[in-house]
Design a protein around this ligand. Structure first.
Ligand SMILES: NC(=O)c1ccc[n+]([C@@H]2O[C@H](COP(=O)([O-])OP(=O)(O)OC[C@H]3O[C@@H](n4cnc5c(N)ncnc54)[C@H](OP(=O)(O)O)[C@@H]3O)[C@@H](O)[C@H]2O)c1
Length: 285
């Protein structure tokens, strides 16, 4: 398959490049080569690469930054998707795009499935939801993958931040009132490969399985890394006073993905161990 990955230097894009290049003809374009907010740029890169599949991993992902930079956020996460969908239209291209658990309000009390009504609490979530709508309205053929709480080897992430802070202080405060599914971008890239290899279309929720709070995630990172001397204290989100509100419990159900592919995503704890081993924090087993 000839595949064009947009945002191929980002955290997920990098893992998609590594994974898909093993079996496909893959090209990437990132912000240094085109601006997704420009309809002309999107047409140009799609024409240049003549792909059968376009995977859009380009996004404005600074959730708090989106609150003060609303126009730039919507230009990339909403208009950008429209531009890519229009560039692919009528060319027999399948468009794969990513969205987020932050399109949900987090008050359902159980896992969100693909048909649950969205109600974003912040600008980032609203921009990603508008991107979803453009995809549905304009793409001939699409796969929309909602994921959550990503970390990976090619980008700043929560695991790295906790390990860095643990080297500096003996006590960390981490929010305990947001629950989700930490997801290793390398595992997500493998799931994308599986989905695009089959006839799967429409919306899928894909995260590592299981869930935890950020506080539990931080404690597990430190326990696996052998940094037991650092205390992790639970706090409420209000204490952090971050610009963007976040959902309380935004766990995405993986049932549709499992039924379609016959595969379960690995548990988040197993994914974390793999990531720590691959980044040299713990020995490979
Ligand atoms: N990270 C998460 O926790 C998370 C959770 C749920 C869903 N998602 C979704 O998963 C996808 C991948 O996320 P990620 O964390 O891998 O993102 P990322 O690391 O921020 O990568 C996004 C890439 O897009 C590029 N980009 C930004 N603005 C652009 C523009 N105007 N034109 C072209 N490229 C542009 C970025 O360049 P710069 O770095 O130079 O800006 C970066 O290389 C996104 O759709 C995101 O919304 C992420």
């Amino acid at each position: 398959m000839r595949i064009l990955i947009l945002g191929h230097k980002g955290m997920l894009g990098s893992d998609l490049m590594l994974r898909l290049a093993q079996a496909h003809e893959v090209t990437g374009r990132d912000v240094d080569a085109f601006d997704i907010a420009s309809e002309g740029d999107c047409r140009r890169v799609v024409q240049e690469c003549a792909p059968q599949t376009v995977i859009n991993a380009a996004a404005y992902t600074n959730v708090d930054g989106c609150e003060t930079d609303r126009d730039a956020c919507f230009a990339v996460n909403a208009a950008g998707v429209k531009n890519v969908a229009l560039a692919c239209r009528g060319r027999g291209i399948t468009l794969v795009h990513f969205s987020t658990d932050y399109i949900f309000a987090g008050r359902k009390g159980s896992d969100y499935d693909e048909e649950d009504p969205p109600a974003p609490l912040n600008v980032y979530g609203a921009s990603k939801l508008e991107g979803e709508r453009h995809l549905r309205d304009l793409a001939d053929d699409y796969l929309l993958i909602r994921t959550a709480w990503l970390y990976g080897r090619h980008g700043k992430n929560f695991v790295q931040t906790i390990l860095r802070k643990a080297a500096e202080v003996e006590r960390l405060e981490v929010v305990d009132d947001q629950v989700g599914s930490p997801t290793y971008s390398r595992h997500l890239a493998a799931a994308v490969e599986l989905l695009i290899a089959g006839p799967h279309r429409g919306v899928f929720h894909v995260t590592n399985s299981g869930s935890c709070s950020w506080c539990e995630f931080a404690r597990t990172i430190l326990a696996y890394a052998g940094l037991d001397g650092v205390a992790v204290m639970p706090i409420d989100s209000g204490k952090l006073a971050r610009a963007a509100a976040r959902p309380g419990r935004s766990v995405l159900s993986g049932a549709k993905y499992a039924a379609a592919t016959g595969q379960q995503m690995p548990p988040w704890q197993e994914a974390l161990r793999e990531y720590l081993a691959e980044t040299g924090v713990i020995p490979r087993s």
